[in-house]
Design a protein around this ligand. Sequence first.
Ligand SMILES: NC(=O)c1ccc[n+]([C@@H]2O[C@H](COP(=O)([O-])OP(=O)(O)OC[C@H]3O[C@@H](n4cnc5c(N)ncnc54)[C@H](O)[C@@H]3O)[C@@H](O)[C@H]2O)c1
Length: 318
Amino acid sequence: MQQMDGRFLITGSSGQIGTELTVALVGRYGADRVIATDIVKPNRKDCMTAALDVTDADSVKKLVKEEGVTTIVHLAAILSAKGEKTPDLAFDVNVNGMRNVLNAASAVSGMKLFFPSTIGIFGPDTPKDNVPIETITRPTTMYGMTKLFCEQLGEYHFRKYGLDVRGLRLPGIVSYRTPPGGGTTDYSIEMLRAAAGGGNYTCFLKRETMLPMMYMPDALDAIVKLLEAPSSALVHRTNFNVMAFSFCPSDLENEIRKINPCFSVRYAPDERQAIADTWPRSLDSSAAAREWGFSAKYTLSGMVRDMLMNLAPLTRKE
Ligand SMILES: NC(=O)c1ccc[n+]([C@@H]2O[C@H](COP(=O)([O-])OP(=O)(O)OC[C@H]3O[C@@H](n4cnc5c(N)ncnc54)[C@H](O)[C@@H]3O)[C@@H](O)[C@H]2O)c1
């Protein structure tokens, strides 16, 4: 077990990242130290669970206080594509949820708060390649705008109340255990699921749409490393860029075809293309590497092999 005191509260723990991060934190710190929450009580047996709506300030504060929480991992959010369909909900969950979690966290001395930001905080005016942390950030989606504000609100609590807040800008995350929750990079998981199930795929992005991505094991490793980094080593706080590799839908299609030569993709871009067009192709992750040892192990081909191997039995059951 690792040396981090106290108890962990995870919000949004039933989502794509939360499902797996909860397992990782239970394995690392012990079942009695992890409380998994979501808007509906999570259905899992490996740790304590509770229903927690992050837009309900009193409930957030009460749970943090009563359960002796010392680290909050705040994942609850409405993602990019879903956020464009429900912008008011995205504003409420992403902004008010973050404010409630920050206020509850700052009320407890010695609290640590982690939350993931996103490549969605960049916009059409941002340079496309090897994007630095500090650059033009003028997002055009509700998701991007709210997440950029969350980064800044986190910094505010760090400066004003001394809250130990940490966050990174995740790229598109590929995983097989839990379906993604309505993001623009979900096509990659859908394509891999279709291939594993023996079918073909119709892609909602254009074949050449290059975006920064990462495989889930590397994302989990990055989150744990940032959580455990000594506070004194952090020059940045809420806005570390991280990515493993960039690919476009046709790169993924070609990689799948190396394993399954019959697989084919039809391209029928929808409204999600306009979101993807505003995002960068690649990010400069060097500050994360320097300040807390970020590194990603998986390559595109390693990820595709692992995804197909793990998805094959799952898709047979569906
Ligand atoms: N998955 C990605 O590719 C990706 C990329 C960049 C950043 N992120 C960030 O990582 C975090 C987790 O993303 P994810 O992919 O697991 O998302 P997801 O959509 O799969 O899960 C989000 C969870 O939040 C919960 N939720 C929604 N409203 C809530 C509320 N009011 N109170 C409590 N819970 C609520 C949902 O029920 C869901 O289980 C988010 O903050 C997201 O912005 C994800």
